[in-house]
Design a binder for this molecule. Sequence first.
Ligand code: ATP
Ligand code: MG
Length: 426
Amino acid sequence: MQDLKTLSIGGTNNVAREDIVVGLDIGTSKIAAIIGNTWQGDTEKIEIIGVGHAPSDGLRKGIVVDVDLTTAAIRQSIADAELMAGIEIGSVFAGIAGGHITGQTSQATIAVAGAGHEITQVDVDRAISVAEAVSIPAEREVLHVIPQGFIVDNQDGIKDPVGMSGIRLDAYVHIVTGAVASALNLVKSINNAGITVENIVLEPIASADAVLSNEEREIGVVLADMGGGTTDIVVYKDGALHHTSVLALGGDHVTNDIATVLRMTPQEAERLKLSRGCACVDLVDQRDTIPISRVGGARRPSFLQVRDFAEIIQYRMEEILSLIHQEIIKSHVPVPAGVVLTGGTALFDGLLELAERTIPYPIRIGYPRPLKGLTDRVNSPIYATGVGLVIYGAMKRYSEPHRTFIKGNLFDQILKRMKDWFRDYF
Ligand SMILES: Nc1ncnc2c1ncn2[C@@H]1O[C@H](COP(=O)(O)OP(=O)(O)OP(=O)(O)O)[C@@H](O)[C@H]1O
Ligand SMILES: [Mg+2]
């Protein structure tokens, strides 16, 4: 595979190492780099060989707001992962999220022209590209075009129409777009760390590859990745993506609530949240107290009822869970396999119980599925996106090399769209 030569792995040797896929999760709370040996795209054999992470200070609500701080954290996480793996990496599959992300479903109809009206791959590609050609504003970048299903004449629910006979072919595709400026700052932060971007992937799509089974995606399932700055939601049915949404709310809001109500610094509030936080008031010991010191408060610690503390957390978590429920209703997609909660905020004690009361579906907490190698290092919902990026990258690189490898420079491509945007604007 010629393109892979660009993946400069092995330092100055520049050895083509097409088996190496790197997932770079640029989150609001942490940046995680995960190096996987993908054994020719065999997802059953993927081996984690390096993991690095660094605190993330350059993002707000999933969006890069300080390129230099983000670049520094990317450098650190990649250097740690490289050290662990004993190799140098050149490119990554990077995650993107933030409130600017939107998903829409588009439909197109084409006439099947070929001999005997037998549908070929060319017809399918043509139908998808017509559906893809919906007018996307110049300031938005298309991140994913995911076929949902096809209708041949009046027969619906068809996944692969190639070889079938018909006069008319309808294609349904889900198109995910994001703000050009946000994608540009993300790519810039990575490029400034000396790394090229092989592809940008919507974070919950990557997380889904790590925590959902194919059966769940077939039956109908919701994945909510509850991070620090955002809660990213995707809904799958019949094996395809049907709904995408990013809520600009996450665990950081809980931390801020605690800091405000208890008059603490955000650092103290975060420490207390992680050590004593519970999202369900009914699960805590009613008599239990926590000694706390407040900003500018008395020298002697005061005592906080654990129940009152849980109430602060439950209030915000109920809001986030209700918004997830509303997104399910909005999607109009039946989800008998229920809701899978992942991301760091899914680690809250009592969250499962609260979610079961708030959302009338089966709920489970999603851990990345075990891979080979250093899998215990990433066995947490916090790493769902990073592990998923490795799995997604492995599948894309081998199944759709023509789509995965961005011809030319991704940065230049996004920049061109941005120039078009300014030209249209002025
Ligand atoms: N044990 C825990 N209990 C409750 N919350 C936790 C726990 N561990 C981590 N968190 C919270 O999870 C959040 C970080 O999760 P994660 O690493 O998935 O976010 P991120 O990917 O960096 O952010 P985002 O996806 O929103 O950009 C923080 O708000 C942190 O306080
Ligand atoms: Mg995240």
